[in-house]
Design a binder for this molecule. Structure first.
Ligand code: BGC
Length: 271
């Protein structure tokens, strides 16, 4: 038990997009342990979504899985309607769903470009818009939180580190950075806090090839001054803190949780 478990989010209602695997699943579990009720959004794997719900329930929490494609406006509206119908409102949105569809730039199809932008950037817009509408409708419930609502955008170190071979992905995350800041500026007076988490290399299915073999891991570690690949739980803890009143007064910021990946590791000996 630590201060991020138990009471800190008691009674609050959270929605985590892409909550059925990887970082999203760890965020769901951490929010659940901190006392929030959690909607575990999934795209296609109902089983995985239900498993995360079961994990949260086994730890004494409350959760439900809802299917939706975050890049589809109707799906997003339906998901929010289902959640609000069931639990009355929403207090925390973690806009986490994201994907990679990598390739050399000269071979990148328009479909490949649009798909990644649709999920990673437009998906955050569609979900954040529904959350803001509901936060504004409800206002502050001081029994739950001193903010009217909290939005956490899952970004990436590639919102500031350029990434060859991943131009669509890095562009989407660069977009998330300015999306998050502009939205934070716009809604701060409504007491809505908007922040981002930019994970570095975290062991999840999205980057399996980068850590799966000892050789690959050794290459990856050259980019990480802290000399370990991250775990999804590293991000889960940060999400709990950002969603809680412990971080009240923090808005429009990005937390780089990356073992120092953004610290230009090559300059430790070079330059
Ligand atoms: C990507 C991973 C990558 C990490 C660090 C993340 O945003 O999704 O594939 O390992 O950034 O480069």
């Amino acid at each position: 038990m630590n201060f991020l478990e138990g009471e800190i989010l008691q009674g609050q209602r959270a929605l985590v997009t892409g909550g059925s695997s990887g970082i999203g699943a760890a965020v769901c579990r951490a929010l659940g342990k901190a006392g929030a009720r959690v909607v575990v959004n999934y795209l296609s794997s109902k089983e995985e979504g239900e498993q995360v719900v079961a994990d949260i329930e086994a730890a004494g929490g409350q959760a439900m899985a809802i299917q939706a494609d975050v890049s589809k406006e109707d799906d997003v509206k339906r998901m929010f309607a289902q959640m609000i119908e069931a639990w009355g409102s929403i207090d925390i949105l973690v806009a986490n769903a994201g994907m990679q569809w990598d390739g050399p730039f000269h071979e990148m199809s328009l479909k490949q470009w649009n798909k990644v932008l649709d999920v990673n950037l437009t998906g955050q817009f569609l979900c954040a818009r529904e959350a803001v509408i509901e936060f504004n409708r409800r206002g502050i419930d001081s029994d739950l939180s001193c903010a009217a609502g909290k939005i956490i955008c899952m970004s990436s170190v590639h919102d500031i580190i350029p990434w060859a071979g991943h131009v669509n992905y890095a562009t989407s995350k660069g977009g998330v950075l300015m999306f998050m800041q502009s939205l934070a500026q716009e809604v701060a007076h409504n007491k809505i806090r908007v922040n981002a988490i930019s994970p570095g290399a975290i062991k999840t299915p999205i980057n399996r090839a980068a850590w799966e073999t000892p050789e690959a891991e050794a290459e990856l570690l050259k980019l990480i001054p802290y000399e370990r690949v991250g775990n999804p739980e590293d991000i889960g803890r940060a999400a709990v803190w950002l969603a809680s009143d412990a971080s009240d007064y923090m808005t429009g910021t990005t937390s780089y949780i990356d073992g120092g990946m953004t610290l230009y590791p090559g300059f430790r000996e070079g330059g």
